[in-house]
Design a protein around this ligand. Structure first.
Ligand SMILES: Nc1ncnc2c1ncn2[C@@H]1O[C@H](COP(=O)(O)OP(=O)(O)OP(=O)(O)O)[C@@H](O)[C@H]1O
Ligand SMILES: [Mg+2]
Length: 313
């Protein structure tokens, strides 16, 4: 089982506590996002999991191997793309990746196939025979990504995998990562909310070295939701519609939208407001043109959770 169990990780840099008792699990084949602002502890967590940095306390088990007891076993099953991938400037892209493949014990029979695979998947054709010192930042990032996946490790750890890429490449990289899930256990870090939402099965929100919440993007949104909302459009005169909506039980706010006949209705979750809206429309003989639930976005959740922690400090 290539799952990951992180148990009570603590990391001090001198007297500064960068990780404060972090625990979480990643199931085999799952993509977990570490989402947090700058300085939250994402890179520190990843460097500990990849055995580049020893924890001050606690440990993690990766595919059954304890990172503090069996670091060399752990390294064999992990592909890691750090924040700034270390590359050899005076090597050509193809030579460098061949070197990485050998270093990671890809059998000589398979090397050509693996090189072709990463050349295609990471779209490296244009720079394949160029010296690394001459390729652009985004391409360096792609070469770093290629070195992480070339030996097809069971566990992949990507530190801000899309930083510095152009929009087309960002979209493409997110798709690659999504496709790697299922067959691979993936942890990625990001401070970009839509990225976490689009790419990850579950998200752990981290700030100041603590995990503040963990769950699927939808679960997280539900956890903190104090109000529900629906978008409503009905055929009645908009003033009358608005007044009727205002009179319903549990309604907190009516917010006019882009067209004067469309309203956002915010209400307390315990009231069956959508049923009431349907009933009111029937009573007035209006047709409902739209009645769509509006989910709290991960962005709302993130800001809410982080600001609650800041307030309590
Ligand atoms: N080698 C180090 N020595 C001292 N402090 C460090 C060291 N590395 C990280 N820190 C501190 O630990 C905290 C967590 O840093 P970390 O790099 O893990 O954050 P991060 O979540 O990856 O942030 P970012 O989004 O900016 O990459 C920060 O306050 C940082 O300044
Ligand atoms: Mg970082």
């Amino acid at each position: 089982m290539a799952g990951i169990q992180v148990k009570n990780l603590v990391k001090y840099y001198g007297k500064f506590k960068a990780l404060d008792n972090i625990s979480f699990e990643v199931e085999q084949g799952e993509i977990l996002g570490l989402l947090g602002p700058n300085g939250a502890g994402k890179t520190t967590t990843m460097r500990i999991l990849t055995t580049f940095l020893p924890p001050s306390d606690g440990t993690a088990i990766i595919d059954g191997f304890d990172i503090t007891e069996k670091p060399s076993q752990v390294r064999k099953i992990i592909g890691y793309m750090p924040e700034n991938p270390p590359l050899y400037n005076d090597m050509k892209v193809c030579k460098f990746l061949k070197f990485v493949a050998k270093l990671k014990n890809v059998s000589s029979k398979k090397i050509a196939e693996k090189l072709e695979y990463v050349e295609n998947v990471c779209k490296l054709e244009d720079v394949w025979n160029n010296y690394i010192m001459h390729i652009s930042k985004g391409y360096r990032q792609r070469v770093g990504f290629a070195s992480a996946i070339i030996a097809d490790p069971a566990v992949l750890i990507f530190d801000e995998p899309t930083i510095g890429l152009d929009p087309k490449q960002i979209k493409y990289t997110r798709e690659i990562i999504k496709n790697l899930g299922g067959d691979h256990t993936v942890i990625l870090s990001t401070h970009i909310l839509p990225e976490a939402e689009m790419t990850c099965d579950r998200v752990a929100i981290i700030n100041r070295g603590k995990i503040l919440a963990i769950g699927s993007p939808t679960e997280l949104a539900q956890k903190i939701r104090k109000v529900d909302a629906v978008r409503v459009e009905m055929t009645g005169p908009s003033n009358e519609v608005k007044n009727t909506l205002l009179e319903l039980d549990g309604v907190i706010h009516i917010i006019p939208q882009e067209r004067h006949s469309v309203f956002l209705v915010e209400f307390e979750p315990k009231w069956k407001t959508r049923e009431q809206i349907t009933k009111a429309a029937l009573e007035h003989n209006w047709s409902i043109l739209e009645l769509t639930p509006v989910e709290a976005s991960l962005e709302d959740v993130f800001l809410e959770i982080v600001s609650t922690q800041e307030k309590s400090l």
